[in-house]
Design a protein around this ligand. Structure first.
Ligand SMILES: C[S@@+](CC[C@H](N)C(=O)[O-])C[C@H]1O[C@@H](n2cnc3c(N)ncnc32)[C@H](O)[C@@H]1O
Length: 250
C-alpha cells in the first residue's frame, strides 16, 4: 500500500484528514499550536501561525500524517477482521459517514477485488468544527470531499467501479440496494443518532448481514438499538468514550 506516498493530496485534504480522527488532530494540530501560542501570545503572531506556519507544517508533515491516519484505520480493520467472511464472493459494503474512507483500502485488499463500496457522507465542509454528540444530525459538522476521497482510493488500488458515493445532502439513501456489511465508525451513533439511517439499514440488509457501529457512551440504549435495527449485538471493542458493536441482522 505504498501508493499513498505518491499521492499529491492538497492542503485541503490534510485538513480533512485531521478532522476525520481526533487522535490525528490532537497530536499534530493542538500540541503545536498550543506551544506556539504560549510562546507568541500576540494577535498578529497568532494570525501568522494559523495562516502560514501551520499550513506549511501540514504540507511538510503530510506523508507522516497519511501514515498515521492509515495505521489508525488499520487498527480498526484488525478489530473487524475476525468478523469478516473472506469466502463471500462479492461483498457489498455500505459505509455511513465514510469520511476519507481509509478502512475501505484494508477491507478491499482483504476481501478481494469483487468487493463493492457504497460510501455515504455529506460531501461538504461546514464552517465550524463541532465535536461530541448531536441529537439533531443536521446540526453536526460535515467534513468530507468525495473528489479527494476518490483520488485517495484510486491511488490505493480501488478501481472507480468498486466505489459508489452518496452525498446525502443531495442524493437519497440507496434504498433499493442490498448490503452484506454496514459500517459506521465514529459517525452514526457516535456523533448523531442512529435513527437517521435505521430504517434505511433495515430495508437494505437481510438476515445475517453485519452492522459495525461505534456507539457513544451515555447516548444509547443497546436493547433499543437492537430493536430498531432488528439485530443482535456483540461488543467487539471498548474505547475511552464509546463502544463498538457488531450487530447481526435477525
Ligand atoms: C469522525 S468522521 C469519521 C470518518 C470515518 N468513518 C472514519 O472512521 O475515519 C465523521 C464523518 O461523519 C460525517 N457525517 C457528519 N454528519 C453526517 C450525516 N448526517 N450523515 C452521514 N455522515 C455524516 C462527516 O462528514 C465525517 O466524514
Amino acid at each position: 500500500m505504498k501508493q499513498h506516498d505518491q499521492l499529491g493530496l492538497t492542503e485541503e485534504s490534510v485538513q480533512m484528514l485531521l478532522m476525520q480522527r481526533a487522535d490525528l488532530r490532537v497530536k499534530v494540530d493542538l500540541t503545536i499550536s498550543r506551544l506556539l501560542l504560549k510562546i507568541f501570545p500576540e494577535k498578529p503572531v497568532r494570525k501568522f501561525i494559523f495562516k502560514t506556519v501551520l499550513p506549511l507544517y501540514y504540507k511538510v508533515g503530510l506523508k507522516p500524517l497519511i501514515r498515521r491516519y492509515m495505521s489508525s484505520c488499520e487498527i480498526d480493520f484488525q478489530n473487524l477482521k475476525p468478523h469478516l467472511d473472506i469466502n463471500k464472493l462479492e461483498c457489498k459494503i455500505l459505509d455511513i459517514g465514510a469520511g476519507f474512507s481509509g478502512i475501505s483500502v484494508f477491507l478491499f485488499h482483504f476481501l478481494g477485488k469483487k468487493t463493492k463500496f457504497c460510501l455515504l457522507d455529506r460531501d461538504s465542509v461546514t464552517a465550524d468544527w463541532k465535536i461530541g454528540y448531536h441529537h439533531d444530525a443536521n446540526s453536526f459538522s460535515s467534513y468530507n470531499s468525495f473528489p479527494l476521497v476518490k483520488i485517495f482510493l484510486k491511488a490505493s488500488g480501488l478501481h472507480h467501479n468498486n466505489v459508489k458515493t452518496i452525498d446525502i445532502n443531495k442524493q437519497p439513501f440507496p434504498e433499493n440496494a442490498k448490503f452484506d456489511i454496514v459500517i459506521s465508525l465514529l459517525s452514526m451513533g457516535y456523533h448523531y443518532p442512529i435513527d437517521v439511517y435505521a430504517d434505511g439499514i433495515r430495508k437494505t440488509t437481510n438476515k445475517g448481514a453485519k452492522i459495525f457501529l461505534d456507539l457513544r457512551d451515555g447516548y444509547y440504549n443497546l436493547a433499543e438499538v437492537e430493536n430498531v435495527l432488528n439485530a443482535k449485538a456483540t461488543l467487539i471493542k471498548t474505547s475511552k468514550n464509546s463502544k463498538r458493536y457488531l450487530l447481526i441482522r435477525i
